[in-house]
Write a protein that binds this ligand. Structure first.
Ligand SMILES: [Fe+2]
Ligand SMILES: [Fe+2]
Length: 448
């Protein structure tokens, strides 16, 4: 285990009173517009989609491994059509998980369409949300396929093009952005990677952020070179703009954590830490906006943050799920990633600021784990059950393999990791840090 992960694990254990112990990618940038729905969807294709899987089936060896499978056989996979129990590598060992395919729209829910395998790098066909099915459903444009990898998962739609769209194709966007449908905006726009370092503001399963606007009041002085090769500079500028938007949204996320804590009658030290964390996130956002501005050559900051649809969490289960997903796991991965970026940093100023951020994020992770420990003690076994279920889902999400790295520049010295390297580091952190803390708080069965 790398020394940095060992140190992170030890700090979390100490925070729990147990003694010892800020990038992602998306499909390749294309000069072509996204595919028209009729090229991909079974509903408008002459033939049905191929429902077969490229994944390996779960072998007897996979099933016999000590890691608990989420399915034992195809017969366990009955939440959709063509259910298969397939092997996926979690990074800390193969596991058996259910996956589903389709041949026609009849295999999908009424609000979904079957999109054929070649839209997904040919692994298999999938049901996706269908906001349109043919051009007849789109009064102002065509019905097209949108696919965007947000750094954590693939988000796909059939959606209408319209004059409100702010891009037509990936080539209209900056490096490291994709032109894709945004369900919050209701139109197509350039979308940054949104795999959060730290605590995202999640609305309906998607990280919500404010748009970047021209303003200078969020900027701080940073003494870093601003004359890097232009392709690298554009890539790291858009990367840091995405990070800045997420850090800015984390302020709102911690405001929601405060409400969660007050709803459950939390002790004062947890409330005080949540306020301090929100202040940290303002500084993280200022730093990230400053980097984005430095390397884009223009002042950037956050516009208004739309909070419509953000649910106040009133139910214990919802609060625990958000705590485990965004706090315990998300902040721990964020702390480890910030530390990795600090170690790789190409300039001592950047290394020092990233190390400070890693330290802050470790405190935020510790706050989440301490909150979970308090909830386990004060609110009974329901907390443990929800935590176990949420962790199982997160393991499965980490198990999904990423698309191949494309040709866009990676610049680990400036904070921009390649998606596969980032995912591998998340898996290592999960195994070396998160699993041992989980085992301590939830018992041995917490680890698959
Ligand atoms: Fe954080
Ligand atoms: Fe942060």
């Amino acid at each position: 285990m790398p020394a940095s992960l060992f140190a992170l694990r030890r700090r979390l254990f100490v925070a729990l009173g147990l003694g010892a112990s800020a990038g992602c990618s998306s499909p390749s940038t294309s000069a072509a517009p996204p595919p028209h729905a009729r090229e991909l969807a079974a509903a408008s294709a002459r033939d049905a989609c191929d429902p077969s899987f490229a994944f390996d089936a779960c072998s007897p060896e996979d099933l016999a491994r000590p890691l608990k499978p989420r399915c034992d056989a195809d017969a366990d996979c009955d939440d959709g059509a063509y259910g298969r129990c397939v092997a996926q590598n979690l990074g800390f060992g193969p596991s058996c998980v259910c996956d589903y395919s389709c041949s026609t729209d009849a295999d999908c829910r009424s609000d979904e369409a079957c999109v054929c395998d070649h839209a997904f790098a040919d692994d298999h066909s999938r049901c996706v949300p269908a906001l349109c099915r043919t051009d007849d459903d789109c009064p102002e444009g065509s019905c097209s396929f949108s696919s965007w990898f947000d750094g954590c998962r693939l988000e796909s739609f059939l959606a209408c093009r319209s004059p409100a769209d702010t891009c037509l194709r990936d080539g209209d966007c900056e490096t490291d952005q994709d032109c894709a449908y945004d369900p919050d905006a209701g139109h197509w726009r350039c979308r940054y990677e949104a795999c959060a370092i730290g605590r995202p503001l999640v609305v309906a399963g998607t990280a919500r952020t404010a748009p970047a606007v021209a303003r200078a009041d969020w900027l701080t002085e940073i003494d870093l070179p601003s004359d890097l090769p232009s392709a690298v500079q554009a890539a790291i500028a858009s990367h840091w703009a995405a990070v800045a938007a997420l850090e800015h949204a984390s302020v709102a996320s911690f405001a929601a954590v405060t409400l969660d804590l007050m709803t459950l009658g939390a002790p004062p030290d947890l409330l005080a830490e949540a306020q301090r964390a929100a202040l940290d996130e303002i500084e993280h956002a200022r730093f990230a906006w400053s980097l984005a501005s430095l390397w884009s050559g223009r002042p950037l900051g956050p516009g208004p943050l739309a909070l419509d649809g953000f649910p106040l969490r009133h139910v214990l289960e919802d609060i625990v799920e958000a705590l485990v997903r965004d706090g315990c796991v998300g902040e721990t991965l964020g702390a480890a990633e910030a530390q990795l970026c600090a170690e790789l940093a190409a300039h001592p100023v950047l290394a020092a600021r990233l190390a400070d951020i890693a330290s802050d994020e470790t405190r935020h992770a510790a706050l989440a784990w301490r909150t979970l420990r308090w909830l386990l003690a004060s609110h009974g076994p329901a907390v443990r059950l929800v935590a176990l279920g949420t962790v199982a889902e997160l393991r499965a999400e980490l198990a999904t393999d990423l698309p191949p790295d494309d040709e866009r520049p990676a610049a680990p010295g400036w904070g921009l990791l390649r998606p596969r390297a980032r995912r591998a580091h998340h898996r290592e952190t999960f195994a070396a840090v998160i699993e041992p803390v989980l085992r301590t708080l939830l018992g041995p069965t917490a680890v698959a």
